[in-house]
Design a protein around this ligand. Structure first.
Ligand SMILES: Cc1cc2nc3c(=O)[nH]c(=O)nc-3n(C[C@H](O)[C@H](O)[C@H](O)COP(=O)(O)OP(=O)(O)OC[C@H]3O[C@@H](n4cnc5c(N)ncnc54)[C@H](O)[C@@H]3O)c2cc1C
Length: 380
């Protein structure tokens, strides 16, 4: 019987893993199956653009896998039976067995138990929710208010994208921190402040949101703000699948793995991307980012291929080169970093940074290669 290699999740990490595995393992005794909840690749890094009303390219997975030996199964994994080494699926064939599992299920919005947030807040964390926000924004009257909660990278990008695409709306940005752009060198941080100001985004620093209502939010210090939509961008969390299956995970549900991306509790299982707590250069857990997901995807293919060939692989390096922030389509910041994610003195700002980021984003999906089309996004 052939060795059943199954990859769960066809995002940046899982798709790159499956394709590289197919290239490395041209063997009749190994089958490679990629299970994904949808039949298309979602450019998650552009979901704030989608929410602002821009069109995303449609990237069908079958086209992106054409010419490889990877078998695509479009289904949602509802549970993992780690003892029977079986995935339960929400549609036929109902279940699928594995000998080696690569877990690449990504992450989702994390509401951190704030009352009303899960019920009322919008997010840009996945296609369905970003599409819902897009619809809400499109129906708002001029003068409508969007409150973005969280001024990390996703919050900054979402607030500035909405403000530049919808100058008729009022955009507020709430952060519990003292300022925006923490972790950037002063020149880059000043640029972010000025860009938000130019776009008319009102920043509320030092403001912790205590509750979200259908028509706005309440803050810890007792203030209330009306909003036609509240967008929650304070962080991401891995799905519960790994934890409930009994795999060792951290407090964010990310699978605990060793330097070869292998589960520390189940040696036949590997994890990559946002769903994995990788060990980055410097020893910190990997940052949820394409910069970590892509090398992990490629790295796991090398590791698994080596082990299936009887060789012991070396560690997979997860290092960083920059932090990219778009501030609308024509402005941005690129903060260059050391491999351990500490900022370097060098940063790009303005149009050059926007162009740099666009080139990086395109490169992550081989944009323009087979499978890309410019068909407008369908609301779903
Ligand atoms: C708006 C936004 C902007 C961002 N900008 C940047 C940026 O500029 N730079 C950067 O580095 N990072 C950015 N990120 C983060 C980046 O998108 C993630 O780190 C990256 O997508 C992680 O890749 P992944 O493959 O681990 O997960 P994902 O890309 O999320 O892919 C996971 C896949 O698994 C599938 N899946 C999940 N659960 C199941 C299941 N149960 N069954 C079957 N399939 C399942 C999903 O459908 C999806 O296809 C951004 C994120 C957002 C939301």
């Amino acid at each position: 019987m052939s060795h059943r290699l199954v990859v769960v999740g066809a995002g940046y990490a899982g798709l790159s893993a499956a394709k590289r595995l197919a290239r490395k393992l041209r063997r009749s005794d190994v089958t490679i199956t990629l299970v994904n909840a949808s039949d298309r690749f979602v450019e998650r890094v552009r979901l704030h653009q989608l929410a602002a009303g821009q069109h995303l390219a449609t990237l069908p997975l079958r086209q992106r896998l054409a010419g490889t030996s990877v078998q695509l199964v479009v289904a949602r994994v509802t549970a993992i039976d780690a003892t029977a080494r079986t995935l339960c699926l929400d549609v036929a064939p109902g279940a699928i067995g594995y000998d080696t599992l690569v877990y690449a299920a990504g992450s989702r919005a994390w509401f951190d138990g704030v009352p009303g947030a899960a019920e009322h807040a919008y997010t840009v964390a996945d296609l369905a929710r970003a599409t819902r926000l897009r619809r809400r924004v499109a129906e708002m009257a001029s003068g409508g208010t969007v409150a973005v909660v969280g001024a990390g990278l996703t919050g900054l990008e979402t607030a500035s994208e909405l403000a530049s695409s919808h100058p008729e709306l009022r955009i507020r940005l709430f952060t519990g921190g003292d300022d925006v752009g923490a972790g950037l060198v002063p020149r880059a941080q000043n640029h972010v402040r000025r860009a938000l100001d130019r776009l008319g985004v009102s920043v509320h620093p030092g403001t912790v949101v205590a509750a979200v209502r259908q028509d706005g939010l309440d803050t810890m210090d007792g203030a209330s703000f009306a909003a036609d939509a509240v967008v929650w961008t304070t962080g991401f969390r891995a799905p519960e699948l790994a934890r409930t299956a009994g795999f060792a995970t951290d407090e964010n549900g990310r699978m605990l793995i060793d330097a070869t991306l292998r589960s520390v509790s189940h040696p036949e299982v590997y994890a990559v991307g946002d769903a994995a707590a990788g060990i980055a250069v410097g020893g910190a857990p990997s940052r949820m980012s394409c910069q970590a997901a892509l090398p992990m995807g490629r790295g796991v293919a090398d590791v698994v291929a080596a082990r299936l060939s009887g060789r012991e692989p070396g560690p997979v390096r997860i290092g960083y080169a920059f932090t990219n922030i778009s501030l609308g389509r024509r402005d941005g910041v690129v903060q260059f970093t050391h491999p351990d994610d500490r900022p370097r003195r060098l940063a790009l700002t303005g149009r050059t940074a926007a162009a740099y980021k666009e080139a990086v984003v395109r490169s992550t999906v081989g944009f323009g290669a087979r499978g890309a089309s410019s068909r407008p996004e369908q609301d779903s």
